[in-house]
Design a protein around this ligand. Sequence first.
Ligand code: PLP
Length: 382
Amino acid sequence: MNRIYADNCATTKVLPKALAAMIPFFSGEYGNPSAIHSFGLEAKKALDRARNKVAQSLGAMSSEIFFTSGGTESVNWAIYSAAELGQSKGRHIISTAVEHKAVLEFLAKLKSKGYEVTLLTPDRLGRVYPEQLAQIIRDDTILVTMMLANNVVGTTSNLKEFCRISHAKKALFHTDAVQAAGHLPLDVRALDIDMLSISSHKFHGPKGVGALFVKIPKLPKAMIEGGGQERGARSGTENVPGAVGMAVALQEAVRDNQENFTRLTKMRDRLIEMVLTVPKAELTGDPVNRLPGHASFVFEGIGHGANLVSRLNEDGICVSSGAACSASSKEGSHVLAAMGFEGQLAQNTLRVSLSRFNTLQEVELIAQRIAFWVPKIQQARR
Ligand code: PLP
């Protein structure tokens, strides 16, 4: 059976060009970048080139890019650094109720250590507003952390005004750009952001590698101690092939951004149009300001979205019922619950996330199969 992969918010296929760029660093140039012989020097050069490419793709300087093991570490590290840096200013942190668990769980940990955390509540489309931030930000707020694009419902945010309000109170601003990087144009200078987290496997790079942008002169505070790699800020031998693959993937994504954006938006809107003809279907997230390849729905009366995901899987269609890390959980989505989808409805969710490798024909087939299965499941549960 030919399978259709449409779970690109969970992870993406590695771009052949990124894979080809990585291969020499597994078997030929496999040196440790800290070593001073030729193997080490070649690895160090490759790492520097990768850092440069990532920096250029984000409008940053290469000294502002730190490699990590992925989005979760970058996000944890950004919050940790802000907490360390802000010690004399205060212990108040602001975020939103729709963040990824990488943010919310780290904030919960800080809360247990005496930090105060305030979460902005979104509206039904997953949007939060600068006025909400202006109302609650305080002199002792040290950090505002808000995602650029939501992984569950696809809603994207314009963060400029949030950054301005945060800086007026001398609070740092971090964004979890894990779902946005490579899909939306990103410029750290235009955003005037202090920290930004990305993860390679969300934009056709390899898994297990990411980056944290930290605006100089604020060095991130070391959360992992050891041999002092990454200028003493993040110990551990660097993942050279990973960084090389990520840099190529990001560069390609930025180069093709406009073309991919237009094509994916068209396919996404066709999918939404077709799926909304299904009985009791509702689009979740902002219909306009959303990730180009992201379509998410709730269907009343289907029970947990996993029921539908399993039926589609029998057809060879691979989609998800929400965030990959909670795909097997019986609980509803905390994102949908925060947006006001009550009880069971926060569980009846389906997410289709497309990439540059999908075709319109695939998208129409996905929609047809959703339209086939949903009434069947609804009927069986009556
Ligand atoms: N933040 C968001 C918005 C995500 O969607 C994810 C992964 O799904 C992460 C953070 C964590 O990234 P990683 O899987 O690279 O640890």
